[in-house]
Design a protein around this ligand. Sequence first.
Ligand SMILES: O=C(O)CCC(=O)C(=O)O
Ligand SMILES: [Fe+2]
Length: 313
Amino acid sequence: WSSGERHLRCTEGGKPRRQQVGHGRRPGGRLGVLRHARGAQGGVRLRRHPQPGPVRHQLQGRHQQGQVFPQALRQSPRPLGRLLANPTGNIQVSTWTSTFTRSTDESSQQLLTEQMLIGRKKMGTYAVEIQRLSIQLMGAIVQGLGLCPMHLQEKLGAGLQFMALNNYPQGSSRAGDTVGLAPHSDIGFITILLQSSPGLEVTHHDDGGVWTPVPAIPGALHVHLGDHLEVLSNGRLRSLLHRAILNTDEERISIASIHGAAIDEKVGCAEELVDERHPRMYRESSFHDFLDFLPTNVKAYRRFVETLKIDSA
Ligand SMILES: O=C(O)CCC(=O)C(=O)O
Ligand SMILES: [Fe+2]
């Protein structure tokens, strides 16, 4: 574990190795380095980059980029951090920042920073437990689809866990339902979400924009189906369209843990769910394809899964 302003250090067989993190592109650029680091023992962390670099930018992706969710993201959550963890709990990439809240003064920022340092260790434990839970849940979901429960175990075990810590400012009381995070569905198979207070809202795809608040039950975990589960199930399951609104009386924190296949692993429809009556509905894609898709999704937001539909132009 180590970090520097523009360096990334990873531990290989206990020996620290330092690599310059440039602005290179794949395969030799940051993603190449990160991919290598994922395979190496130990962990790797990026933090406090003065300018968001390509990877950080991509990983923070849709949460931060006003371009991706125009207008609505004006009030976007300030990410507390982003991290990727592997199933053994090594946090592979994190982008914790110390200036993570807009609405608190300097002393409370300092306090929060200290709490974050303590929290980082707890987050490691949380990441491992949540990953374990995701594998159990996916086993049940896959079985429910009539597939062998082991179907995805390997893919998930070697897969990607992407955690987003979102800090939403208090909304102005006059603003009513101010959107903190614009409507979207998550990539990956499932997302497990913990929220500190209400704010999460969901809609049925055919509802024509009727949003239902999800009550915040202390300690409850919310499970969202992601785009790749919609693909895997050949459309039998639909990914969850959701958004977050700002509370008028308090800030809000949520932790979303997205679980999917490895970054370059292509996910397609399960062959067992494709037949004459159920033709293949989606092209296969990887998490990486999703990252490449993000910059093209600037003007009008489109769910990634929509672009995978075989009949979509
Ligand atoms: O804050 C929330 O309730 C939702 C967060 C979310 O959807 C995400 O991070 O993908
Ligand atoms: Fe989400």
